[in-house]
Design a protein around this ligand. Structure first.
Ligand code: NAP
Length: 245
């Protein structure tokens, strides 16, 4: 299968890329960091068909990036979106440029690449799109609500896109991921709720074979977040492990 990974040098994306490669898929990678992408390309060996590096916030480079992609891979089976950035929450509450940056990288840069790619897949009449969002998008919490709001907006967009593309042959997956031990969470105290990149990668690669499109990763987050979403405000505020900073 022909697989495109947007944000391919993310820790979780690299673990997914290795798994796609192991089953013989062909990969094209979009990333920011050339050195990291070179290392990944070495790991992927002959399954790596090419890549293009740019800052995804630089929307003027998207056309060039996609032209490079279509040149190597005119037919695409799977597209994965894996880039993101968790900026300082408290800073984002005082410096609106940090809030803006959070939305630019986690929402707008995704949409600007997703829109042309989803149109391309629709024209093909087939394909699968998987986007990594977050359980942080399910309910605003003091700890990370700026990031959570960007991811939550992305989930809502994906829900609409999925319905819009229903019957077109294009499936849209929303991977609502729980905490994972990667550079993004390097400063976070690790506890039982953390997964490894390899574990979540396996769950997402396998989920693309199924017909359930909102996927909590790992699956137990579906139950946890159902409870968290339904908690009445007064109770939520009393549960300090949820409502504290
Ligand atoms: N780790 C978690 O606990 C967790 C939980 C839920 C959801 N997520 C989401 O999971 C996805 C994967 O994250 P991860 O945990 O694998 O983190 P990671 O290893 O820190 O990867 C984040 C990636 O985003 C890329 N990126 C950030 N800003 C970019 C920009 N402007 N242009 C291009 N690329 C940019 C980084 O590029 P460079 O390689 O160049 O630095 C990096 O590869 C993200 O969408 C994240 O929001 C993570």
């Amino acid at each position: 299968m022909n697989v495109v990974i947007v944000g391919a040098t993310s820790t979780v994306a690299q673990a997914m890329a290795v798994q796609f490669a192991a089953r013989g898929d062909r990969l094209f990678c979009l990333a920011r960091n050339e050195q990291k992408l070179e290392k990944l390309a070495e790991k992927l060996s002959q399954t790596y068909t090419g890549g293009f590096c740019f800052d995804f916030n630089d929307s003027e480079r998207i056309e060039e990036a996609l032209a490079a992609l279509y040149n190597v891979m005119p037919i695409i089976d799977i597209v994965i979106f894996a880039h993101g950035e968790l900026l300082d929450q408290q800073l984002s509450e005082h410096d609106s440029s940090v809030a803006r940056k959070t939305f630019e990288v986690n929402l707008l840069s995704v949409l600007e690449i997703l829109i042309p790619l989803s149109n391309h897949l629709e024209q093909q009449g087939r394909g699968k799109i998987g986007v990594i969002t977050s359980v942080a998008g399910d309910r605003g919490r003091p700890r990370n609500y700026t990031y959570g709001a960007a991811k939550g907006a992305l989930s809502l967009y994906l829900q609409g896109l999925r319905s819009g593309l229903w019957g077109s042959g294009v499936a849209v997956y929303d991977f609502k991921m729980g905490p994972v031990d990667t550079p993004m969470t390097v400063d976070h105290e690790k506890n039982f709720s953390f997964s490894t990149p390899e574990k979540v990668a396996t769950i997402m690669v396998n989920a693309l074979q199924k017909k359930r499109y909102t996927v909590y990763v790992p699956g137990y987050w579906a139950w946890v977040m159902r409870v968290v979403r339904l908690l009445p405000e007064a109770l939520f505020q009393r549960l300090k492990f949820l409502s504290a900073r």
